[in-house]
Design a protein around this ligand. Sequence first.
Ligand code: GLN
Length: 485
Amino acid sequence: MHNLTIAELIKGLQSKEFSSVELTQHFLNRIGSLNPAYNAVITVTAEQALKAAAEADIRLAAGNAPALCGVPILHKDIFCTNGVRTSCGSKMLDNFIPPYNATVVENFEQAGAVVLGKTNMDEFAMGSSNETSFYGPVKNPWATDCVPGGSSGGSAAAVAARLAPGATATDTGGSIRQPAALCGISGIKPTYGRVSRWGMVAFASSLDQGGPMARTAEDCALLLNCMASYDDKDSTCIDREVPDYTATLDGSVKGLRIGVPKEYFSEGLDAGIEEAVRAALANLEAQGAELVEISLPNSGLSVPAYYVIAPAEASANLSRFDGSRYGYRCEDPKDLLDMYSRSRSEGFGKEVQRRILIGTYCLSAGYYDAYYGKAQQVRKLIQQDFDRAFESVDLIMGPTCPSPAFKFGAKSDDPVAMYLEDIYTVATNLAGLPGMSIPCGMADNKPVGLQIIGNYFDEARMLNVAHQYQQATDWHDLAPEGVAS
Ligand code: GLN
């Protein structure tokens, strides 16, 4: 059952080939036996899952069940879950049990999905390797001495290891696409404002966006149908009809203009990745799409701009964790200041503290204009690059990341090397555009991701092309050793 896609699971559930309770128990057993090797899931909600599955079976029997009824999923531990710990990968929130559900969690509950548990992640979603989690790193199912990517590495590894057929994730600078690429699965970061951020722990509010991960584009479409909604509790959520993303998957790619940015194939790109991505582009060309070389001249500025803006917003968002309201509080504080400073220095890990320092510095009087103001100007230029490109192309494609999954420790002592993992992904967050990654080959025996960038609210077209590519290839069907049997 664990090798079936969500689309196939829905069919099996509706035709009573298996029940949701059987399916849920099967995935819970897999989590029990396989997760210790990967550390992808940090909270298992077995009892609640089986209860939800039994309820789903009743709805399925009645014949009027909603789309995802009875389908097991995992939530990234950044989404608040009523009565279930939501740690955000941090000691700071290790004891935090939210009294409410995030809108995304609520949407899945309404759709009848069964939540198996919560996935591991980089602390407060800051990282590209999952090494910053308070709960220890996640191992890449393709090579357990390598990182799964981050920050949604737990969700990506869980889907790759078939511990769940799909999972939620978030992407502030690449955290859906980069781990999807490194773990050989599909993931889509929708347009900023498409998915509600209410109840999703904030990292950098002008960049954060939730989205789904699954093995195929079709499954991502099924999950996004449920995840995307207008929510008046999130003032940046956009009131716009959610199309049925599965309805347009079968359209032909004939005549589609695909922009290939020359800046995405320059120095620093692994040769094996380039080869796989070029082969994927050639496949789409053979299907009738037209490849157009384009230029995004300011792409080299996206990492520096991002690493000013994201930490600046993070420093403001994380000021709420001070030991007084909720989360970690140090023992025996001498006075109020001692409580603030010790709670924060004991509760936050190194990377989070580094970001708070950078962000506070960039926002301080005297430096604000030089750093934060400048970064905002650069952000505008990056946005204009994309606006110009989309005048002549329908989609943009290139690699998701510069190299395949790397070994633990390879970049953790060098923040700049780690930040460069985001070189192809952060620009879309700065512009608010949707981005996706799908598996398109192997390099060094590890998966390669093809990145698809769309215009605002053009998720349906991205999913359509991704699906067409997956109809013609089988990279998305490959499984890490020992996982499929
Ligand atoms: N790797 C990036 C960072 O560390 C992106 C993280 C994310 O998208 N949440 O900030």
